[in-house]
Design a protein around this ligand. Structure first.
Ligand code: ADP
Length: 334
């Protein structure tokens, strides 16, 4: 239910279709990935071949699904979208693969969550465009080899490091997606505002961008909540003041921290003098599970340089004291 989570919720999915850039020129930021991908696609078009398999790695909400759709659009090819967790058995994958048409793009989100048998089937499909379909069960089972038309797999993962090397090696190109710079997010926000017919001034967009954690999905979501506020309480125009006031209502602070992030920092500073303190103790102090603190709150706090994980426990940095408006003890300030 967090406003600043990078994972998509139902409303995101409904609105995102309308907000997705349709081609590489419309896609904002990620210059390096865009240039590399553009070369891969142009070369493939030039050769009249299907492009090499593409792996996109990076945190959620940065545009991996969008890029896969752009690849399909640029190649004028159909696209099939599925995900590692949606494929339970190797047979499910065989069904998807055997129904692909020539040149089709297969987008496989969270590819690191494929089961081992499915993964092994994918190796052969990627390399030789072939699958073995198992017919029957037990000792009578036979493998029937099936030729596949050439297709392009676009795999997406939040953790490229988790992919087994044989899988990673079968991608011709890996694009590493980075968090967006504030100016890039401002462009995303202006573009989305235009599509949603929201009036916004440059400082309003900058205010939303600063609170969006470098993530277009969050920027688009915050924009929608700010729009509601501007329409209900004001005349609809989003200014810096209105964006700040709206996001204060939703407890998203000027740096993009939400209630949980702040609770973690607050406990670390006020109850434990800035640490070091163990994860489980910290979690109890904020009334959350350890996993929630570790996976939901900490990554962003670490990225922002507000919290550090050390062998002795979690510690707050000088910036954390500053951010909560507290005075650090002399050894931290020093
Ligand atoms: P991922 O697959 O990495 O989780 P998505 O491709 O679903 O992310 O992107 C989430 C939303 O963010 C999309 O609806 C899209 O509108 C927006 N978005 C992502 N990247 C960009 C970008 N570079 N320019 C404009 N909008 C973007």
């Amino acid at each position: 239910d967090r406003l600043v989570t990078a994972a998509a919720d139902g409303e995101d999915r409904a609105v995102e279709a309308a907000l997705r850039p349709r081609d590489l020129d419309e896609f904002i930021g990620q210059e390096r990935v865009r240039e590399q991908l553009s070369l891969v696609l142009q070369a493939a078009r030039h050769r009249g071949a299907t492009p090499d398999h593409v792996l996109l790695s990076g945190p959620p909400g940065l545009g991996k699904t969008t890029l896969s759709m752009i690849i399909a659009a640029e190649m004028a090819a159909p696209i099939r979208i599925t995900s590692g967790p949606a494929i339970q058995h190797a047979g499910d994958l065989a069904a998807v693969l055997s129904s692909l048409t020539e040149g089709e793009i297969l987008f496989l989100d969270e590819i690191h969550r494929l089961s081992r048998p499915a993964e092994e089937m994918l190796y052969m499909a990627m390399e030789d465009f072939r699958v073995d379909v198992i017919v029957g069960k037990g000792p009578g089972a036979t493998a029937i080899p099936l030729e596949l038309p050439p297709f392009t797999l676009v795999g997406a993962t939040t953790r490229a490091g988790l992919l087994p090397p044989p899988l990673r090696d079968r991608f011709g190109f890996t694009g590493h997606m980075e968090f967006y710079a504030p100016e890039e997010l401002e462009r995303v926000i202006h573009r989305s505002a235009r599509l949603l017919a929201v009036e916004i001034d440059p400082k309003g967009a900058a205010e939303i961008s600063r609170r969006s954690r470098g993530t277009p999905r969050i920027a688009n979501r915050l924009l929608r909540r700010v729009r509601d506020f501007a329409q209900v309480r004001h005349d609809g125009l989003v200014t810096e003041e209105i964006a700040a006031a709206a996001l204060a209502v939703y407890e998203v602070d000027p740096r993009g921290l939400d209630r949980l992030d702040r609770a973690v920092l607050h406990a670390l500073l006020k109850l434990f003098g800035g640490g070091p303190v163990g994860l489980s103790t910290l979690a109890v102090a904020v009334g959350e599970e350890s996993e929630t603190v570790e996976e939901v709150a900490e990554p962003f706090l670490v990225r922002e340089g507000l919290l550090a994980r050390t062998p002795r426990g979690r510690i707050a940095t000088a910036a954390a004291w500053q951010h909560l408006g507290l005075t650090p003890p002399p050894q931290v300030a020093g």
